[in-house]
Design a protein around this ligand. Structure first.
Ligand code: HEC
Length: 259
């Protein structure tokens, strides 16, 4: 019974995550806009992998040309006076000529492959070449670096650095931040996020009546300490039915929010 409940909850959670993942794959962030640099790993590699690697990738048997886009030196090699990629010069790069070719016999990906590039994807590749066609190692080999804070319009809204990044994306998409939720909602959300459990009525009351500026921070600290104590696997068993119910409600409310 317990296992069934647990499996059901896991299903719900993965169902809840799926729509977000597919929609972000379908609608890549509006990168490169407003002077932002295109990043190979984030913006270009997934595109090439999706649309070009079948024939220009690691699989030798399926490669009908020596041009491959999974290795920088090969992607930028001399193809006999032509180059697929000339950093800084998209107009003379074969890659751009072929993905924008008016002649269907020249167009890449080939029409028969059933793959196409959207105008946004073409623009992204163009901008990447324009900006120097910089390659990056696989992300797992790159040491993390602190990113510069984005320049945002509404400088009074952020409370910490992460808010700058959230607001930057909202502003680029033409949205503003939502008004802050009621305290009862805030504690419910953060409790579910950090422990998988809803808050007790006493915890809600304590937070609602705590007027100190650190009220929220205190709740987060308490929840993190609780989490530490319970540990991840035990937490799931410990929560049993409550957890499945909470997950179901959480799913319903986040599904409603994405509509
Ligand atoms: C279904 C297989 C297939 C896919 C997918 C594909 N290509 Fe090609 N590509 C070929 C073949 C075959 C050739 C060689 C014949 C030709 O030039 O049309 C070629 C040639 C090219 C050339 C010219 C190479 C030269 O020597 O001048 C470029 C540039 C190119 N592809 C870019 C791309 C890009 C960029 C993508 C993805 C957006 C892509 N291709 C996707 C099969 C494919």
């Amino acid at each position: 019974m317990r296992i069934a409940t647990f499996a059901f909850a896991v299903l719900l959670i993965s169902a809840a995550r799926l729509p977000g993942q597919t929609s972000s794959a379908r609608n890549p962030p509006d990168v490169g806009a407003r002077g932002q640099a295109v990043q190979f790993n984030r913006d270009i590699r997934p595109l090439l992998s999706d649309k070009c690697y079948t024939c220009h990738g690691p699989d030798k048997a399926r490669r009908l040309t020596k041009l491959r886009f999974d290795i920088e030196a090969d992607a930028k090699q001399d193809l006999g006076g032509r180059f697929a990629i000339i950093p800084g010069d998209p107009a003379n790069s074969e890659m751009i000529r072929r993905i924008t070719a008016a002649n269907p016999a020249r167009l890449m990906p080939p029409v028969a492959s059933g793959r196409t590039l959207t105008s946004r994807e073409i623009e992204l590749i163009q901008r990447w070449i324009e900006q120097g066609a910089k390659w990056q190692n696989h992300w797992s080999f790159i040491a993390p670096e602190r990113a510069a804070l984005p320049v945002i319009k509404n400088r009074t809204w952020p409370r910490n650095e992460i808010d700058f990044f959230v607001l930057d994306r909202l502003e680029r998409e033409g949205y503003g931040p939502a008004v802050e939720a009621e305290r009862t909602t805030l504690i419910r959300r953060v409790s579910l996020d950090l422990t998988g459990l809803p808050p007790t009525p006493a915890e809600v009351d304590a937070f609602v009546s705590d007027r100190s500026p650190k009220a929220y921070e205190k709740v987060v600290d308490r929840l993190l300490a609780f989490r530490e104590k319970i540990g991840p696997f035990d937490r799931l068993l410990y929560c049993g039915h409550d957890w499945a119910d909470a997950a179901a409600m959480r799913w319903a409310s986040s599904a409603a929010r994405t509509r």
